[in-house]
Design a protein around this ligand. Structure first.
Ligand code: CA
Length: 280
């Protein structure tokens, strides 16, 4: 990389880190989880569905997020064990938008929400054509609630591993230990449900348009019907560990990508919004 380009990269990274710090400070503390009655393993056997070994079954449940809001998920789903890698993205999409190349096991980044969504559509198409996926199931981005429930993995703390940021070194690639770049997925300790890099490495796009959370209990929330920004979660190599906490959120326009935002997928019945009475 040329010196000027490297300097601009660092300036952009510092600017984004500052923005994330500001937004996070305004949003206050994360909530806590409860009722983690299950530890998902492989999940049910469903006719016509051939699962990738890199999917973790997530049993539905309830947790409490910011401002003591109780969120209930009524639908089970599978979530990918790792962030989508550059190798996976390249194999399916025929291109690799990432900044940190050189190892296909690194997470794909500089990938916009629209590209991440497109990956899910292509993956769904490929798996259906290969008779590994029925028409009533699909791969898609997780809702924010699905992401946070899976991130917490039963924890009631700021992080899935507790409240101590110092412990993040064993669980996440963050500014403190990343040496200014992404790392191949799956090298840090997973959370209690076997998901890797939910904290750190790259932030992860969610399905939801951004809005302040509505008040009151929520069932299967999936955000507003439209908006300007999409949400991403989980912190990154470019931000301090405190920004990787379970309840933290940040946003970006859906057509934009940057070198610290990637994604992972869920496999679930074809998406249907919650009924109106359930809100958000
Ligand atoms: Ca991550």
């Amino acid at each position: 990389m040329k010196a000027g380009s490297a300097r601009r990269t660092r300036e952009v990274a510092r600017w984004w880190a500052w923005c994330v710090a500001l937004v996070s400070a305004l949003q206050g503390l994360a909530g806590s989880a409860r009722g983690a009655e299950s530890t998902p393993v492989s999940g049910p056997s469903i006719p016509g569905l051939v699962l990738s070994t890199n999917l973790v079954f997530i049993k539905a449940g309830s947790f409490t997020r910011a401002h003591q809001q109780v969120v209930t998920l009524t639908r089970d789903y599978w979530m990918s064990k790792y962030e989508v890698t550059q190798g996976e993205f390249l194999a399916l999409m025929g291109r690799n938008p990432s900044h940190f190349t050189g190892d296909p096991r690194r997470p794909v980044e500089k990938v916009s929400f629209l590209e991440a969504h497109s990956y899910c559509v292509q993956l769904t198409r490929r798996e259906r054509e290969s008779a590994r996926l029925t028409a009533d199931y699909e791969y898609r981005l997780p809702t924010e609630a699905e992401w946070e429930w899976a991130c917490r993995a039963g924890s009631t703390n700021r992080f899935s591993f507790g409240d101590d940021e110092a412990a993040a070194v064993d669980h996440a690639w963050t500014e403190e230990n990343s040496e200014a770049g992404t790392h191949p997925v799956g090298l840090k300790q997973p959370n209690a449900w076997g998901l890797y890099d939910m904290h750190g490495n790259v932030w992860e796009w969610c399905r939801d348009w951004f809005a302040e959370f509505p008040t009151g209990p929520q069932t299967d929330p999936s955000g507003p019907e439209s908006g300007k920004f999409k949400v991403f979660r989980g912190g990154s190599w470019n931000h301090q560990a405190k920004f990787a906490r379970c309840g933290n959120r940040f946003v970006m326009a859906p057509a934009n990508g940057i070198f610290f935002v990637g994604f992972r997928v869920v496999l679930a019945p074809v998406f249907a919004p919650a009924r109106a009475a359930a809100g958000g």
